[in-house]
Design a protein around this ligand. Structure first.
Ligand SMILES: *[C@@H]1O[C@H](CO)[C@@H](O)[C@H](O)[C@H]1NC(C)=O
Ligand SMILES: *[C@@H]1O[C@H](CO)[C@@H](O)[C@H](O)[C@H]1NC(C)=O
Ligand SMILES: *[C@@H]1O[C@H](CO)[C@@H](O)[C@H](O)[C@H]1NC(C)=O
Length: 511
Protein backbone atom coordinates (compact mmCIF):
# COMPACT_ATOMS: atom_id res chain seq x y z
CA UNK A 1 0.00 0.00 0.00
CA UNK A 2 2.81 2.38 0.79
CA UNK A 3 4.41 1.59 -2.52
CA UNK A 4 1.22 2.35 -4.39
CA UNK A 5 0.98 5.72 -2.68
CA UNK A 6 4.58 6.49 -3.43
CA UNK A 7 4.13 5.74 -7.13
CA UNK A 8 0.98 7.76 -7.13
CA UNK A 9 2.81 10.76 -5.78
CA UNK A 10 5.54 10.50 -8.35
CA UNK A 11 3.06 10.34 -11.19
CA UNK A 12 1.13 13.24 -9.73
CA UNK A 13 4.23 15.31 -9.37
CA UNK A 14 4.94 14.85 -13.05
CA UNK A 15 1.43 15.79 -13.98
CA UNK A 16 1.42 18.88 -11.88
CA UNK A 17 4.90 20.12 -12.52
CA UNK A 18 5.78 19.58 -16.13
CA UNK A 19 9.04 21.45 -15.43
CA UNK A 20 10.18 18.35 -13.61
CA UNK A 21 9.63 16.27 -16.72
CA UNK A 22 11.27 18.73 -19.05
CA UNK A 23 14.21 19.04 -16.74
CA UNK A 24 14.94 22.56 -17.90
CA UNK A 25 17.27 23.28 -15.02
CA UNK A 26 14.82 25.49 -13.17
CA UNK A 27 14.79 24.57 -9.56
CA UNK A 28 11.41 23.12 -8.70
CA UNK A 29 9.94 25.04 -5.87
CA UNK A 30 7.83 22.26 -4.52
CA UNK A 31 8.76 18.84 -3.38
CA UNK A 32 6.11 16.29 -2.76
CA UNK A 33 5.91 14.94 0.72
CA UNK A 34 7.23 11.42 0.92
CA UNK A 35 5.68 10.75 4.26
CA UNK A 36 3.31 8.13 3.05
CA UNK A 37 2.33 7.12 6.53
CA UNK A 38 1.26 10.66 7.21
CA UNK A 39 -0.84 10.77 4.11
CA UNK A 40 -2.30 7.41 4.91
CA UNK A 41 -3.23 8.65 8.35
CA UNK A 42 -4.81 11.76 6.94
CA UNK A 43 -6.90 10.00 4.41
CA UNK A 44 -7.50 6.31 4.51
CA UNK A 45 -8.87 5.41 1.16
CA UNK A 46 -6.24 3.74 -0.95
CA UNK A 47 -6.04 4.49 -4.62
CA UNK A 48 -5.60 2.11 -7.46
CA UNK A 49 -2.69 3.44 -9.43
CA UNK A 50 -4.43 2.91 -12.78
CA UNK A 51 -6.77 5.84 -12.21
CA UNK A 52 -3.80 8.21 -12.50
CA UNK A 53 -2.33 6.69 -15.59
CA UNK A 54 -5.54 7.24 -17.47
CA UNK A 55 -5.41 10.93 -16.79
CA UNK A 56 -3.78 13.10 -19.40
CA UNK A 57 -4.32 16.43 -17.70
CA UNK A 58 -1.30 18.36 -16.66
CA UNK A 59 -2.77 20.45 -13.90
CA UNK A 60 -4.45 20.13 -10.56
CA UNK A 61 -7.60 18.67 -12.02
CA UNK A 62 -5.53 15.46 -12.02
CA UNK A 63 -5.66 15.43 -8.22
CA UNK A 64 -7.57 12.73 -6.44
CA UNK A 65 -10.72 13.16 -4.37
CA UNK A 66 -9.85 10.71 -1.63
CA UNK A 67 -6.57 11.93 -0.24
CA UNK A 68 -4.48 15.02 0.00
CA UNK A 69 -1.41 15.74 -2.03
CA UNK A 70 1.10 17.75 -0.05
CA UNK A 71 3.07 20.55 -1.62
CA UNK A 72 5.85 22.70 -0.26
CA UNK A 73 7.56 25.89 -1.26
CA UNK A 74 11.18 26.70 -0.53
CA UNK A 75 10.37 30.29 0.36
CA UNK A 76 7.99 29.14 3.06
CA UNK A 77 9.91 26.32 4.72
CA UNK A 78 7.46 26.26 7.62
CA UNK A 79 4.40 26.01 5.41
CA UNK A 80 2.85 23.38 3.19
CA UNK A 81 -0.39 23.05 1.31
CA UNK A 82 -2.48 19.90 1.25
CA UNK A 83 -5.05 19.84 -1.51
CA UNK A 84 -7.50 17.44 -3.06
CA UNK A 85 -10.20 17.47 -5.65
CA UNK A 86 -13.67 17.55 -4.13
CA UNK A 87 -17.13 16.80 -5.45
CA UNK A 88 -19.03 19.48 -3.59
CA UNK A 89 -21.49 22.28 -4.17
CA UNK A 90 -20.88 22.91 -7.87
CA UNK A 91 -20.82 19.90 -10.20
CA UNK A 92 -20.19 22.17 -13.20
CA UNK A 93 -16.62 23.20 -12.27
CA UNK A 94 -13.43 21.82 -10.72
CA UNK A 95 -13.60 22.14 -6.96
CA UNK A 96 -10.71 21.74 -4.51
CA UNK A 97 -10.51 21.79 -0.75
CA UNK A 98 -7.58 21.56 1.57
CA UNK A 99 -5.42 23.03 4.25
CA UNK A 100 -2.52 25.38 4.38
CA UNK A 101 -0.36 24.17 7.25
CA UNK A 102 1.57 27.04 8.75
CA UNK A 103 4.16 27.44 11.46
CA UNK A 104 5.85 24.07 11.05
CA UNK A 105 2.55 22.31 10.70
CA UNK A 106 0.99 23.44 13.98
CA UNK A 107 -1.74 25.58 12.43
CA UNK A 108 -4.06 24.57 9.64
CA UNK A 109 -6.08 26.97 7.49
CA UNK A 110 -8.96 25.43 5.58
CA UNK A 111 -9.97 26.58 2.10
CA UNK A 112 -12.49 25.83 -0.63
CA UNK A 113 -11.59 26.69 -4.21
CA UNK A 114 -14.07 26.83 -7.09
CA UNK A 115 -13.01 27.41 -10.64
CA UNK A 116 -14.93 29.95 -12.68
CA UNK A 117 -18.05 28.81 -14.52
CA UNK A 118 -17.17 31.12 -17.36
CA UNK A 119 -13.54 30.77 -18.39
CA UNK A 120 -11.31 29.36 -15.66
CA UNK A 121 -8.26 29.68 -17.91
CA UNK A 122 -8.69 33.43 -18.30
CA UNK A 123 -10.86 34.73 -15.46
CA UNK A 124 -9.45 36.57 -12.48
CA UNK A 125 -8.89 34.97 -9.08
CA UNK A 126 -10.79 36.20 -6.06
CA UNK A 127 -10.57 35.49 -2.35
CA UNK A 128 -13.65 35.84 -0.16
CA UNK A 129 -13.56 36.09 3.61
CA UNK A 130 -16.27 36.65 6.17
CA UNK A 131 -15.78 38.84 9.21
CA UNK A 132 -16.56 38.57 12.88
CA UNK A 133 -13.73 38.46 13.83
CA UNK A 134 -14.16 34.72 14.05
CA UNK A 135 -16.77 33.97 11.38
CA UNK A 136 -16.32 31.17 8.89
CA UNK A 137 -16.21 31.98 5.19
CA UNK A 138 -18.46 28.99 4.64
CA UNK A 139 -21.28 31.36 5.57
CA UNK A 140 -20.45 33.51 2.58
CA UNK A 141 -20.14 30.34 0.55
CA UNK A 142 -23.41 28.71 1.63
CA UNK A 143 -25.73 31.68 2.12
CA UNK A 144 -24.34 34.54 0.06
CA UNK A 145 -22.18 34.40 -3.06
CA UNK A 146 -21.01 30.79 -3.22
CA UNK A 147 -21.72 28.30 -6.01
CA UNK A 148 -24.39 26.63 -3.88
CA UNK A 149 -26.71 27.70 -1.10
CA UNK A 150 -27.82 25.76 1.94
CA UNK A 151 -31.15 24.11 1.13
CA UNK A 152 -33.67 25.72 3.44
CA UNK A 153 -36.69 23.73 2.30
CA UNK A 154 -35.28 20.21 2.01
CA UNK A 155 -35.94 20.03 -1.69
CA UNK A 156 -32.53 18.73 -2.68
CA UNK A 157 -31.04 15.33 -1.92
CA UNK A 158 -27.57 16.71 -1.18
CA UNK A 159 -28.35 19.55 1.24
CA UNK A 160 -27.49 22.39 -1.13
CA UNK A 161 -28.97 24.16 -4.13
CA UNK A 162 -26.97 25.38 -7.10
CA UNK A 163 -26.69 29.19 -7.04
CA UNK A 164 -27.07 30.76 -10.48
CA UNK A 165 -25.80 34.10 -9.10
CA UNK A 166 -22.59 32.76 -7.61
CA UNK A 167 -19.60 35.01 -8.09
CA UNK A 168 -17.80 32.10 -9.72
CA UNK A 169 -19.96 32.98 -12.71
CA UNK A 170 -17.26 35.59 -13.29
CA UNK A 171 -14.14 34.59 -11.34
CA UNK A 172 -12.16 31.71 -9.91
CA UNK A 173 -12.88 32.06 -6.23
CA UNK A 174 -11.55 30.66 -2.98
CA UNK A 175 -13.09 30.87 0.47
CA UNK A 176 -10.66 30.86 3.35
CA UNK A 177 -11.47 30.10 6.98
CA UNK A 178 -9.16 32.49 8.78
CA UNK A 179 -7.58 33.23 11.16
CA UNK A 180 -6.69 29.93 12.79
CA UNK A 181 -9.53 28.83 15.05
CA UNK A 182 -12.26 29.86 12.60
CA UNK A 183 -14.55 27.38 10.85
CA UNK A 184 -12.57 24.27 9.93
CA UNK A 185 -9.22 25.93 10.50
CA UNK A 186 -7.53 24.74 13.65
CA UNK A 187 -4.34 24.68 15.69
CA UNK A 188 -2.78 21.51 17.07
CA UNK A 189 -2.01 23.09 20.40
CA UNK A 190 -4.80 25.62 20.55
CA UNK A 191 -2.67 28.63 19.63
CA UNK A 192 -4.51 31.62 18.31
CA UNK A 193 -3.94 34.72 16.26
CA UNK A 194 -4.34 37.96 18.17
CA UNK A 195 -4.33 40.72 15.60
CA UNK A 196 -5.22 41.39 12.00
CA UNK A 197 -1.59 42.24 11.26
CA UNK A 198 -0.57 38.78 12.46
CA UNK A 199 -3.34 37.17 10.41
CA UNK A 200 -2.08 39.04 7.33
CA UNK A 201 1.21 37.12 7.37
CA UNK A 202 -0.60 33.79 7.13
CA UNK A 203 -2.93 35.06 4.42
CA UNK A 204 0.00 36.33 2.37
CA UNK A 205 1.76 32.98 2.70
CA UNK A 206 -1.46 31.20 1.82
CA UNK A 207 -2.06 33.20 -1.35
CA UNK A 208 1.58 32.93 -2.45
CA UNK A 209 1.62 29.16 -2.04
CA UNK A 210 -1.83 28.98 -3.61
CA UNK A 211 -0.61 30.58 -6.85
CA UNK A 212 2.51 28.43 -6.86
CA UNK A 213 0.37 25.34 -6.35
CA UNK A 214 -2.32 26.16 -8.87
CA UNK A 215 0.27 26.98 -11.51
CA UNK A 216 -2.30 27.51 -14.22
CA UNK A 217 -3.45 30.61 -12.27
CA UNK A 218 0.00 32.11 -11.70
CA UNK A 219 0.11 35.80 -12.54
CA UNK A 220 -3.68 36.06 -12.83
CA UNK A 221 -5.26 39.31 -11.52
CA UNK A 222 -6.12 38.90 -7.85
CA UNK A 223 -8.98 40.52 -5.97
CA UNK A 224 -9.53 40.37 -2.23
CA UNK A 225 -13.17 40.50 -1.22
CA UNK A 226 -15.17 40.11 1.94
CA UNK A 227 -17.56 41.81 4.27
CA UNK A 228 -18.04 43.19 7.76
CA UNK A 229 -14.82 42.73 9.74
CA UNK A 230 -13.33 42.23 6.29
CA UNK A 231 -13.31 46.03 6.30
CA UNK A 232 -10.47 45.74 8.81
CA UNK A 233 -8.89 42.55 7.44
CA UNK A 234 -8.76 43.23 3.73
CA UNK A 235 -6.96 46.60 3.63
CA UNK A 236 -4.30 45.15 5.95
CA UNK A 237 -4.01 41.90 3.96
CA UNK A 238 -3.76 43.82 0.68
CA UNK A 239 -1.12 46.13 2.16
CA UNK A 240 0.91 43.14 3.32
CA UNK A 241 0.70 41.68 -0.18
CA UNK A 242 1.68 44.99 -1.75
CA UNK A 243 4.66 45.47 0.55
CA UNK A 244 5.79 41.87 0.14
CA UNK A 245 5.52 42.29 -3.63
CA UNK A 246 7.98 45.16 -3.40
CA UNK A 247 10.45 42.88 -1.63
CA UNK A 248 9.80 40.06 -4.09
CA UNK A 249 10.45 42.37 -7.05
CA UNK A 250 13.72 43.52 -5.53
CA UNK A 251 14.78 39.92 -5.06
CA UNK A 252 13.65 38.84 -8.52
CA UNK A 253 10.85 36.60 -7.23
CA UNK A 254 7.31 36.36 -8.68
CA UNK A 255 4.81 38.90 -7.38
CA UNK A 256 1.13 38.51 -6.66
CA UNK A 257 -0.91 40.38 -9.25
CA UNK A 258 -3.04 42.26 -6.72
CA UNK A 259 -5.62 44.34 -8.57
CA UNK A 260 -8.40 45.30 -6.22
CA UNK A 261 -10.03 45.12 -2.82
CA UNK A 262 -13.80 44.72 -2.51
CA UNK A 263 -15.40 45.43 0.85
CA UNK A 264 -19.08 44.89 1.61
CA UNK A 265 -20.60 46.57 4.70
CA UNK A 266 -17.20 46.79 6.29
CA UNK A 267 -15.93 48.34 9.48
CA UNK A 268 -12.98 50.27 8.18
CA UNK A 269 -13.25 53.82 9.46
CA UNK A 270 -14.53 53.20 12.96
CA UNK A 271 -14.77 56.87 13.98
CA UNK A 272 -17.97 57.19 11.96
CA UNK A 273 -19.64 54.01 13.17
CA UNK A 274 -21.89 55.50 15.84
CA UNK A 275 -23.13 58.60 14.00
CA UNK A 276 -23.97 56.25 11.11
CA UNK A 277 -25.93 53.96 13.38
CA UNK A 278 -27.91 56.91 14.68
CA UNK A 279 -28.87 57.88 11.14
CA UNK A 280 -29.95 54.34 10.32
CA UNK A 281 -32.31 53.84 13.25
CA UNK A 282 -33.28 57.42 14.10
CA UNK A 283 -33.15 58.95 10.63
CA UNK A 284 -34.38 57.98 7.20
CA UNK A 285 -31.11 56.67 5.79
CA UNK A 286 -32.45 53.13 5.63
CA UNK A 287 -36.24 53.11 5.89
CA UNK A 288 -38.79 55.85 5.22
CA UNK A 289 -39.53 56.25 8.91
CA UNK A 290 -37.16 55.89 11.87
CA UNK A 291 -37.56 52.55 13.66
CA UNK A 292 -36.34 53.71 17.07
CA UNK A 293 -38.48 55.45 19.68
CA UNK A 294 -38.20 59.24 19.99
CA UNK A 295 -37.06 58.97 23.61
CA UNK A 296 -34.23 56.58 22.72
CA UNK A 297 -33.23 58.72 19.77
CA UNK A 298 -33.01 61.81 21.96
CA UNK A 299 -30.85 59.93 24.41
CA UNK A 300 -28.61 58.75 21.60
CA UNK A 301 -28.34 62.17 20.02
CA UNK A 302 -27.39 63.67 23.37
CA UNK A 303 -24.70 61.07 24.02
CA UNK A 304 -23.23 61.17 20.53
CA UNK A 305 -20.88 64.17 20.96
CA UNK A 306 -19.42 62.70 24.14
CA UNK A 307 -19.02 59.28 22.52
CA UNK A 308 -17.28 60.84 19.53
CA UNK A 309 -15.01 62.99 21.63
CA UNK A 310 -13.91 60.13 23.87
CA UNK A 311 -13.29 57.86 20.91
CA UNK A 312 -11.32 60.57 19.19
CA UNK A 313 -9.12 61.15 22.22
CA UNK A 314 -8.59 57.59 23.39
CA UNK A 315 -8.87 55.42 20.31
CA UNK A 316 -7.97 57.62 17.36
CA UNK A 317 -5.65 60.49 18.30
CA UNK A 318 -3.65 58.15 20.45
CA UNK A 319 -4.70 54.58 21.12
CA UNK A 320 -4.93 53.74 24.80
CA UNK A 321 -6.25 50.28 25.55
CA UNK A 322 -7.99 51.02 28.82
CA UNK A 323 -9.39 54.41 27.93
CA UNK A 324 -10.44 53.35 24.45
CA UNK A 325 -12.32 50.43 25.94
CA UNK A 326 -14.08 52.79 28.35
CA UNK A 327 -15.02 55.06 25.45
CA UNK A 328 -16.44 52.15 23.46
CA UNK A 329 -18.34 50.86 26.49
CA UNK A 330 -19.92 54.29 26.86
CA UNK A 331 -20.82 54.51 23.16
CA UNK A 332 -22.24 50.99 23.14
CA UNK A 333 -24.42 51.47 26.19
CA UNK A 334 -25.71 54.89 25.13
CA UNK A 335 -25.96 54.45 21.38
CA UNK A 336 -26.12 50.76 20.51
CA UNK A 337 -28.10 49.24 23.37
CA UNK A 338 -31.45 50.50 22.08
CA UNK A 339 -31.09 48.72 18.79
CA UNK A 340 -30.09 45.43 20.38
CA UNK A 341 -33.09 45.70 22.73
CA UNK A 342 -35.50 46.32 19.87
CA UNK A 343 -35.47 42.69 18.71
CA UNK A 344 -34.74 43.82 15.18
CA UNK A 345 -32.14 42.21 13.00
CA UNK A 346 -29.10 44.46 13.43
CA UNK A 347 -27.87 43.32 10.02
CA UNK A 348 -31.15 44.21 8.32
CA UNK A 349 -33.39 46.61 10.22
CA UNK A 350 -36.34 45.89 7.94
CA UNK A 351 -36.62 42.48 9.62
CA UNK A 352 -36.87 41.04 13.10
CA UNK A 353 -34.04 38.86 14.39
CA UNK A 354 -34.71 35.12 13.93
CA UNK A 355 -32.65 32.06 14.86
CA UNK A 356 -29.63 32.73 17.05
CA UNK A 357 -27.79 36.02 17.72
CA UNK A 358 -26.70 36.15 14.12
CA UNK A 359 -30.40 36.52 13.21
CA UNK A 360 -30.58 34.16 10.20
CA UNK A 361 -32.22 30.72 10.05
CA UNK A 362 -29.66 29.59 7.49
CA UNK A 363 -26.91 29.55 10.08
CA UNK A 364 -28.39 26.69 12.10
CA UNK A 365 -28.78 24.62 8.94
CA UNK A 366 -25.27 25.41 7.73
CA UNK A 367 -23.93 24.20 11.05
CA UNK A 368 -25.94 20.96 10.85
CA UNK A 369 -24.80 20.42 7.29
CA UNK A 370 -21.13 21.03 8.03
CA UNK A 371 -21.30 18.78 11.08
CA UNK A 372 -22.60 15.82 9.08
CA UNK A 373 -19.91 13.10 8.87
CA UNK A 374 -20.68 12.71 5.16
CA UNK A 375 -20.06 16.39 4.42
CA UNK A 376 -16.83 16.37 6.40
CA UNK A 377 -15.62 13.27 4.61
CA UNK A 378 -16.31 14.82 1.22
CA UNK A 379 -14.51 18.02 2.17
CA UNK A 380 -11.59 16.27 3.88
CA UNK A 381 -12.13 18.05 7.19
CA UNK A 382 -9.76 16.79 9.88
CA UNK A 383 -10.88 18.51 13.03
CA UNK A 384 -13.40 16.69 15.19
CA UNK A 385 -14.56 19.96 16.68
CA UNK A 386 -18.15 20.86 16.02
CA UNK A 387 -18.55 23.58 13.47
CA UNK A 388 -19.06 27.10 14.82
CA UNK A 389 -20.29 29.75 12.39
CA UNK A 390 -18.56 32.47 14.40
CA UNK A 391 -15.92 31.37 16.90
CA UNK A 392 -16.19 33.48 20.04
CA UNK A 393 -12.58 32.70 21.12
CA UNK A 394 -11.27 34.58 18.12
CA UNK A 395 -13.47 37.52 18.99
CA UNK A 396 -12.18 37.44 22.55
CA UNK A 397 -8.53 37.22 21.51
CA UNK A 398 -8.96 40.07 19.10
CA UNK A 399 -10.92 41.88 21.77
CA UNK A 400 -8.12 41.85 24.32
CA UNK A 401 -6.09 43.90 21.83
CA UNK A 402 -9.11 45.92 20.68
CA UNK A 403 -8.03 44.98 17.17
CA UNK A 404 -11.09 46.72 15.76
CA UNK A 405 -10.05 50.11 17.13
CA UNK A 406 -6.31 50.13 17.58
CA UNK A 407 -5.26 50.76 13.97
CA UNK A 408 -6.85 53.33 11.64
CA UNK A 409 -7.43 50.95 8.75
CA UNK A 410 -8.62 53.69 6.39
CA UNK A 411 -4.96 54.70 6.16
CA UNK A 412 -4.26 51.33 4.57
CA UNK A 413 -6.98 52.04 2.04
CA UNK A 414 -5.44 55.42 1.19
CA UNK A 415 -2.02 53.79 0.88
CA UNK A 416 -3.37 51.19 -1.53
CA UNK A 417 -5.22 53.77 -3.64
CA UNK A 418 -2.10 55.94 -3.86
CA UNK A 419 -0.28 52.93 -5.28
CA UNK A 420 -2.94 52.15 -7.87
CA UNK A 421 -4.84 49.32 -6.20
CA UNK A 422 -8.56 49.73 -6.99
CA UNK A 423 -11.01 49.77 -4.11
CA UNK A 424 -14.74 49.04 -4.22
CA UNK A 425 -16.72 49.85 -1.11
CA UNK A 426 -20.31 48.64 -1.30
CA UNK A 427 -23.02 48.60 1.33
CA UNK A 428 -26.57 47.32 1.68
CA UNK A 429 -28.70 50.20 2.94
CA UNK A 430 -30.67 48.24 5.58
CA UNK A 431 -27.63 47.25 7.65
CA UNK A 432 -27.19 48.93 11.02
CA UNK A 433 -24.10 47.09 12.22
CA UNK A 434 -21.62 48.28 9.57
CA UNK A 435 -23.94 50.73 7.91
CA UNK A 436 -23.62 52.58 4.61
CA UNK A 437 -23.71 56.04 6.22
CA UNK A 438 -20.63 55.43 8.32
CA UNK A 439 -18.87 53.95 5.31
CA UNK A 440 -19.82 56.95 3.21
CA UNK A 441 -18.53 59.29 5.91
CA UNK A 442 -15.06 57.76 6.16
CA UNK A 443 -14.74 57.38 2.40
CA UNK A 444 -15.74 61.03 1.87
CA UNK A 445 -13.15 62.13 4.42
CA UNK A 446 -10.36 59.89 3.11
CA UNK A 447 -7.18 61.74 2.23
CA UNK A 448 -5.47 60.30 -0.83
CA UNK A 449 -4.10 61.50 -4.15
CA UNK A 450 -7.47 61.22 -5.90
CA UNK A 451 -9.65 62.66 -3.15
CA UNK A 452 -10.45 65.87 -5.06
CA UNK A 453 -11.51 63.89 -8.09
CA UNK A 454 -13.62 61.66 -5.88
CA UNK A 455 -15.33 64.55 -4.13
CA UNK A 456 -16.19 66.13 -7.52
CA UNK A 457 -17.67 62.87 -8.86
CA UNK A 458 -21.47 62.82 -8.96
CA UNK A 459 -23.77 60.34 -7.30
CA UNK A 460 -25.93 58.48 -9.75
CA UNK A 461 -28.26 55.49 -9.83
CA UNK A 462 -26.94 52.16 -10.99
CA UNK A 463 -29.31 49.66 -12.52
CA UNK A 464 -29.65 45.97 -13.23
CA UNK A 465 -31.95 45.00 -16.08
CA UNK A 466 -33.56 48.41 -15.98
CA UNK A 467 -34.26 48.45 -12.24
CA UNK A 468 -32.45 50.81 -9.90
CA UNK A 469 -30.16 48.70 -7.70
CA UNK A 470 -28.58 51.52 -5.72
CA UNK A 471 -26.44 54.60 -6.05
CA UNK A 472 -22.81 54.87 -6.99
CA UNK A 473 -20.03 57.42 -6.91
CA UNK A 474 -16.98 56.41 -8.88
CA UNK A 475 -13.52 57.41 -9.96
CA UNK A 476 -11.20 55.06 -11.85
CA UNK A 477 -9.62 53.83 -8.61
CA UNK A 478 -12.28 54.27 -5.95
CA UNK A 479 -15.95 53.37 -6.17
CA UNK A 480 -18.63 53.54 -3.52
CA UNK A 481 -21.92 51.76 -4.23
CA UNK A 482 -25.04 51.36 -2.16
CA UNK A 483 -27.29 48.39 -2.68
CA UNK A 484 -30.82 49.51 -2.01
CA UNK A 485 -32.95 47.26 0.15
CA UNK A 486 -30.11 44.89 1.05
CA UNK A 487 -28.86 44.25 4.56
CA UNK A 488 -25.36 43.43 5.78
CA UNK A 489 -25.13 40.33 3.60
CA UNK A 490 -25.72 41.90 0.23
CA UNK A 491 -25.31 38.80 -1.97
CA UNK A 492 -27.82 36.98 0.27
CA UNK A 493 -30.43 39.71 -0.14
CA UNK A 494 -29.70 40.88 -3.68
CA UNK A 495 -27.97 38.01 -5.49
CA UNK A 496 -28.56 39.19 -9.04
CA UNK A 497 -27.56 42.78 -8.29
CA UNK A 498 -24.43 41.74 -6.41
CA UNK A 499 -23.27 39.49 -9.25
CA UNK A 500 -23.92 42.28 -11.78
CA UNK A 501 -21.85 44.63 -9.62
CA UNK A 502 -18.95 42.18 -9.38
CA UNK A 503 -18.98 41.38 -13.09
CA UNK A 504 -18.69 45.05 -13.98
CA UNK A 505 -16.05 45.71 -11.35
CA UNK A 506 -13.87 42.88 -12.65
CA UNK A 507 -14.23 44.14 -16.21
CA UNK A 508 -13.42 47.71 -15.09
CA UNK A 509 -16.77 48.90 -16.39
CA UNK A 510 -18.86 51.59 -14.74
CA UNK A 511 -21.61 50.24 -12.55
C1 LIG B 1 -38.63 27.96 0.89
O1 LIG B 1 -39.96 28.02 1.33
C2 LIG B 1 -40.39 29.30 1.71
C3 LIG B 1 -41.76 29.21 2.33
O2 LIG B 1 -42.47 28.13 1.86
C4 LIG B 1 -40.36 30.21 0.48
O3 LIG B 1 -40.77 31.52 0.83
C5 LIG B 1 -38.95 30.25 -0.06
O4 LIG B 1 -38.90 31.00 -1.25
C6 LIG B 1 -38.43 28.85 -0.33
N1 LIG B 1 -37.03 28.96 -0.65
C7 LIG B 1 -36.50 28.39 -1.70
C8 LIG B 1 -35.03 28.60 -1.91
O5 LIG B 1 -37.13 27.73 -2.48
C1 LIG C 1 -27.52 19.03 -5.29
O1 LIG C 1 -28.86 18.93 -5.66
C2 LIG C 1 -29.32 20.05 -6.41
C3 LIG C 1 -30.82 19.94 -6.59
O2 LIG C 1 -31.33 18.68 -6.35
C4 LIG C 1 -28.58 20.10 -7.72
O3 LIG C 1 -29.01 21.21 -8.49
C5 LIG C 1 -27.10 20.24 -7.43
O4 LIG C 1 -26.36 20.22 -8.62
C6 LIG C 1 -26.61 19.12 -6.51
N1 LIG C 1 -25.25 19.39 -6.10
C7 LIG C 1 -24.24 18.53 -6.26
C8 LIG C 1 -22.91 18.93 -5.74
O5 LIG C 1 -24.39 17.46 -6.79
C1 LIG D 1 -20.52 18.07 19.11
O1 LIG D 1 -21.89 18.15 19.34
C2 LIG D 1 -22.47 16.95 19.77
C3 LIG D 1 -23.98 17.08 19.83
O2 LIG D 1 -24.38 18.41 19.83
C4 LIG D 1 -21.87 16.57 21.13
O3 LIG D 1 -22.43 15.36 21.59
C5 LIG D 1 -20.37 16.41 20.96
O4 LIG D 1 -19.77 16.15 22.20
C6 LIG D 1 -19.76 17.66 20.36
N1 LIG D 1 -18.37 17.38 20.04
C7 LIG D 1 -17.36 18.18 20.38
C8 LIG D 1 -15.98 17.75 19.96
O5 LIG D 1 -17.52 19.21 21.00
Amino acid sequence: MLLVLSQTLTILSLLIFPALVVGNGVQTRFTNERHESELARTYHKVQSSTSHESSSQRDLSALETNFYTTLRHIRFPNHRIRVKKTVFCDPTVNVYTGYLDVDAGAKHLFFYFFESRDNPDRDDVMMWINGGPGCSSSMGLLMELGPCSIDMNSTSSNGTLWNPYSWNQAANIFFLDQPVGVGFSYADYGESIQTTEEAAKNVHAFITIFFETFTQFSGRPLHLSGESYGGRYLPVFASEIYDQNTIARREGRPELNLQSVIIGNGNTGISTLYPGRYEIECGTAALEKPVQSISNCVRMKTALPRCQKRMQQNCLDQFDLINCRAAIDFCDSEISAGMWASGRNVYDISKMCVGDDLCYDEITLIKEYLDMPKTREVLGVETANNFTACSPEVGVDFGTHMDKYNTPTQFHVAGLLDRGVRILIYAGTYDWQCNWISNKMWVDALEWSGSDEYSRAQWRDWTVRGRVAGEVKATPLLSFATVRGAGHMVPHDKPEESLAMIRKWLKRQNL
